[in-house]
Design a protein around this ligand. Structure first.
Ligand SMILES: Cc1cc2nc3c(=O)[nH]c(=O)nc-3n(C[C@H](O)[C@H](O)[C@H](O)COP(=O)(O)OP(=O)(O)OC[C@H]3O[C@@H](n4cnc5c(N)ncnc54)[C@H](O)[C@@H]3O)c2cc1C
Length: 339
């Protein structure tokens, strides 16, 4: 296949590339990183770019991800566009500075039987400069039994003031390609490529009270945001509802108690959905969304809150409904679905 030109944002970058691959992968090879959660399978719909010239019509697999306005504008899933002709594309300008970092794994900590915390040391002198709440993409290389290299999104959990490393909190998905790599192959001392930062999930600039809701590894970006609240001496009132199954699944309680001490007006409320026999527990019990609903029903200023939610799509959908039922407007509810 002959060489092909990709013009990005009217000449802001011009690449000369080998044709034949997908646009997503070709851009990545040339260090232009477009977020993608599903690793190029056309499932997540994250890797949208505007193609002004050089690609045909959207493929059937893209259709569910595009609305009429996007189709009219030439938006495509970059994982489904084959690089065959010279292309003119437009991507958000904020993606151009996204970089790849070769990190060394400094520490792996088991937080529960199926959640690990990874501390990844950035290359000397390379600060990622992320906004608290954002995520990185972790590249799991091919391993015995995997279909090939994949990239997956993981929210940054570490203190933004710690410029030397990025910490991630990863829950094992049974049979998952990337998490099987993390749990069965990845070791302290190993090198891994991450790229980022990405995402719009972040603290707003208002002074509204905040209700944080997370399940399991969804605590990651909220922990990062709480560090930021401490670092910036932000005095907004906040409450964090953290849902897990049983006591053995609860982690980071000590860190959250430290945040309670450091941030006046901040409260941490862990909730066990299904406590086990013998769990020594006198805290909240039930689905985290029910615990939130009960709390908001007692708050005269419930509608003033902003919601910050992270976790599985099912939990987020239920939490959005609870917040909306409490009178919180949709544009005050921010979330990252871990799908
Ligand atoms: C913006 C964003 C931030 C994220 N941050 C985090 C984070 O901080 N910590 C974290 O643990 N995860 C996070 N995720 C989820 C993560 O990107 C992966 O989807 C997840 O780790 C599974 O990857 P995998 O390769 O192991 O599984 P895959 O091989 O992709 O999936 C295997 C099977 O499991 C299903 N599946 C995928 N994800 C889940 C899930 N979460 N629960 C149940 N079934 C699933 C798939 O549909 C598929 O059938 C985030 C996702 C997004 C979009």
């Amino acid at each position: 296949m002959s060489m092909i030109t990709i013009d990005i944002n009217s000449g802001a970058r011009k690449l000369t590339v080998q044709g034949g691959g997908s646009l997503l992968e070709t851009l990545r090879t040339h260090k232009v990183f477009i977020p993608s959660a599903c690793g190029g399978q056309g499932i997540c719909g994250y890797c949208k770019v505007k193609v002004l010239e050089g690609a045909g019509s959207p493929l059937p697999v893209e259709e569910p991800h595009l609305d009429d306005a996007e189709r009219a504008e030439g938006i495509r899933l970059s994982c489904q566009v084959k690089v065959r002709n010279n292309l003119k594309i437009r991507i958000p300008a904020k993606l151009l500075p996204v970089k790849e970092y070769a990190c060394r794994c400094e520490r792996i900590k088991n937080l529960t039987c199926d959640i690990k915390e990874l501390r990844l040391r950035l290359p000397e002198g390379k600060d990622m400069n992320f906004i608290p709440g954002q995520y990185v993409q972790f590249r799991a290389p091919r391993y015995n039994g995997s279909p090939g290299e994949v990239s997956r999104a993981y929210s940054i959990a570490s203190d933004p003031a710690d410029a030397e490393a990025i910490e991630l909190i990863i829950r094992r998905v049974p049979g998952g390609i990337c998490t099987t790599y993390v749990f069965e192959h990845f070791k302290e001392g190993d090198e891994v490529l991450i790229n980022g930062p990405y995402g719009e999930f972040r603290l707003s600039g208002t002074s509204a009270p905040m209700v944080f809701i997370a399940g399991g590894s969804g605590i990651a970006p909220i922990k990062c945001i709480l560090h930021h609240v401490v670092n910036t001496e932000n005095t907004r009132k906040g409450i964090f509802f953290f849902g897990v199954r049983a006591l053995k699944d609860l982690f980071m309680s000590e860190e959250m108690r430290q945040f309670e001490k450091a941030i006046s007006g901040f409260k941490f409320v862990p909730a066990l959905a299904q406590p086990e026999d013998g769990d020594d527990w006198n805290g909240a019990v039930g689905r985290v969304t029910d615990v939130v609903a009960e709390y908001l029903a007692k708050q005269p200023d419930a509608a003033e809150y902003e919601g910050y939610l992270c976790g599985s799509p099912g939990m987020i959908d239920a939490a959005v409904k609870v917040l909306a039922d409490a009178g919180i407007a949709e544009d005050r509810i921010y979330y990252d679905k871990f799908s």
